[in-house]
Design a protein around this ligand. Structure first.
Ligand code: HEC
Length: 317
């Protein structure tokens, strides 16, 4: 409706929020360094000290906020990730988490340097200059961290492909999991139907986005439910006839495009997915899906659909 609201819409995506926030620690680290040097060089000027400490306090807060936004952006990743990308993300997060220590250390030393004991003046002077050196390292560190993050985004496309859309010269999401699957799991990982898909790389903590597991979940759990309980109404023919809320569930595109009310699934976010809301009967004045007199889905089936969406809604049909 009003165009400028779209800007805020764009920031609803965690990756976009993170992209906006990351500039703060970089800017503040550089600003803090300049202010700290100024304050050290002007030992009589209390304002300079307060301003420098303020910049460091703000840097501490913004580092924390940025790390949180990064975690959220990480959680929102729905594309299948290669091992190389997993490792880059881990290193990026490791570095970001350590920035804290530099900033906190520098802040403590600056306080000692500014307000510490008068007597052996070496204590103040020493603390101040060590703080400045740590600041210099912090600037380098935050730049490297940001550079790694930039590599993830611009070289690997992490976080810039909205869920379900094709990215650059890559394969479409419908085939991407299948092709990655071949690379990463050539030890043959066909799960027998009913098997709990075994997370392949638990130690990394990233198993949820590994394609083999997500695909097994789709093939063995989610698709059989959609096919047996929904498709007889939610298929292209009925949609063409303007029926079933115009929602086609025979393809991922159909689900993402959605029907009358917009997207039926939001990959990564089962609670925000209309499909889940409807099978749980959570939408006021609307039938639970499948509509009566058909039996509702069981809690176990709904949990499987939720898990499938949470893990990125992999699809290979
Ligand atoms: C007997 C036919 C039938 C079956 C089976 C059925 N639906 Fe529906 N569905 C409808 C009709 C008709 C509508 C449109 C009216 C409404 O929104 O209640 C609809 C609407 C929906 C909508 C809202 C679409 C929109 O954009 O407003 C969702 C989501 C949905 N169904 C999900 C499901 C799921 C998931 C299943 C299977 C578990 C399912 N339906 C099974 C007939 C069916």
């Amino acid at each position: 409706m009003s165009d400028f609201l779209n800007i805020f819409d764009a920031l609803k995506h965690p990756a976009h929020r993170h992209a906006m926030l990351v500039h703060w620690p970089i800017a503040l680290a550089i600003l803090g360094l300049v202010l700290a040097v100024l304050a050290v060089l002007l030992p009589k000027n209390n304002l300079a000290k307060i301003v420098a400490l303020g910049a460091y306090g703000l840097l501490l807060v913004m580092s924390w906020v940025t790390v949180q936004s990064g975690d959220a952006a990480h959680d929102a990743i729905t594309m299948p990730l290669s091992n190389e990308v997993h490792e880059l993300i881990e290193r990026h997060e490791d570095m970001a988490n350590k920035l804290w220590w530099f900033v906190a250390g520098a802040l403590v030393l600056l306080i000692v340097g500014f307000f510490g004991p008068q007597r052996p003046s070496a204590v103040r002077i020493g603390a101040s200059w060590i703080a400045v050196v740590i600041n210099v390292i912090a600037v380098g560190w935050v730049s490297l961290t940001a550079h790694l993050g930039g590599t993830l985004v611009y070289e690997h496309g992490v976080g810039i492909r909205p869920p379900g859309e094709t990215m650059g010269n890559q394969v479409t999401p419908t085939t991407a999991p299948a092709s990655n699957h071949d690379h990463q799991h050539d030890h043959g990982s066909t799960n027998a139907p009913g098997d709990e898909p075994a997370p392949a790389h638990h130690e990394t903590g990233f198993s949820t986005s590994l394609p083999a597991d997500a695909l097994a979940l789709f093939r063995n759990e989610a698709w059989p439910i959609l096919e047996s309980r929904c498709l007889k109404c939610h298929n292209p023919a009925r949609v063409a006839a303007n029926k079933s809320g115009r929602l086609d569930q025979s393809s991922l595109e159909g689900l993402l495009k959605g029907g009358r009310s917009g997207s039926a699934i939001v990959p990564g976010k089962p609670q925000e997915s209309l499909l889940i809301q409807r099978v749980r009967g959570l939408v006021p004045d609307e039938d639970v899906m499948p509509p009566p007199p058909a039996d509702s889905l069981t809690e176990e089936q709904i949990a499987k659909l939720e898990q499938w969406i949470r893990e990125g809604a992999a699809w290979d049909r």
